[in-house]
Design a protein around this ligand. Structure first.
Ligand code: DX5
Ligand code: ZN
Length: 217
């Protein structure tokens, strides 16, 4: 049984002082930093590129969990691996050569994840599930922080957990979007072990308390 890990998303942090914002979540007990990469094509928003991630690498020991919301993810895997990513997750909707991309990520010594939008079926993963370190279930439509959790994600996580067990995969289930201390209870019960939270962490008056509340400590 994997322990519950909390990955605050710096999408909700103060972009004027990202290094301090990451140190704050590290001190507050976060397990990894979730870094949302948006290209203005796959999602209607823009965020960071590899140089920003490389600059942040020296400022924390936390694992970098890079969530690619970009078209042509194959062009960005190596740059983000070199910038210091520990995990790279790309979207199934962007990748006709999903199997090749997973191999490419693993050959770079990085853990590989595939993300599914709320409207994408779990069947998209059938042929790669056994190879994955993580599956990311989007519980909002990607592009922005602070959106409302889509309740149907809970049943999707339950069904994914069964599929993971059936094929003997070691993949962990990550959930991203609208996670707070209330929705966390539902997704953990369903089988998620890596919880991303942006606004619920960074907008909280006490970050450590917010992380503990999501973890269920
Ligand atoms: C949404 C991003 C999320 C976002 C979550 O496209 O992938 O990681 O930061 O933000 P909250 O937790 O506020 O929904
Ligand atoms: Zn994300």
């Amino acid at each position: 049984m994997n322990r519950i890990k909390i990955a605050p998303s710096i999408l909700s942090a103060d972009f004027a002082c990202l290094a301090q914002e990451i140190k704050r979540i590290e001190a507050a007990g976060a397990d990894m930093v979730h870094i949302d990469i948006m290209d203005g094509h796959f999602v209607p928003n823009l965020t960071f590129g590899p140089p920003v991630i490389a600059a942040l690498r020296a400022h924390t020991k936390l694992e970098f969990d890079v969530h690619l919301m970009v078209t042509n993810p194959e062009a960005y895997i190596e740059p983000f691996a070199k910038a210091g990513a520990d995990w790279i997750t790309f979207h199934a909707e962007t990748a006709p050569h999903m199997h090749r991309l997973v191999q490419q990520i693993k050959e770079l010594g990085v853990k590989a994840g595939v993300a599914l939008n709320p409207g994408t079926s779990l069947t998209a993963l059938d042929e790669v599930l056994a190879e994955l370190d993580m599956v990311l279930i989007m519980s909002v439509n990607p592009g922005f922080g602070g959106q409302k959790f889509i309740e149907a994600s809970v049943d999707k996580i339950i069904r994914l957990k069964k599929r993971i067990e059936n094929c003997g995969s070691k993949a962990e289930i990550q959930v991203d979007g609208g996670v707070n201390s209330q929705t966390a209870v539902l997704v953990k019960k369903a089988g998620a072990t890596i919880l991303v939270a942006g606004s619920a962490v960074y907008q909280a008056p006490d970050i450590a308390q917010a992380i503990d509340a999501i973890r269920g400590a």
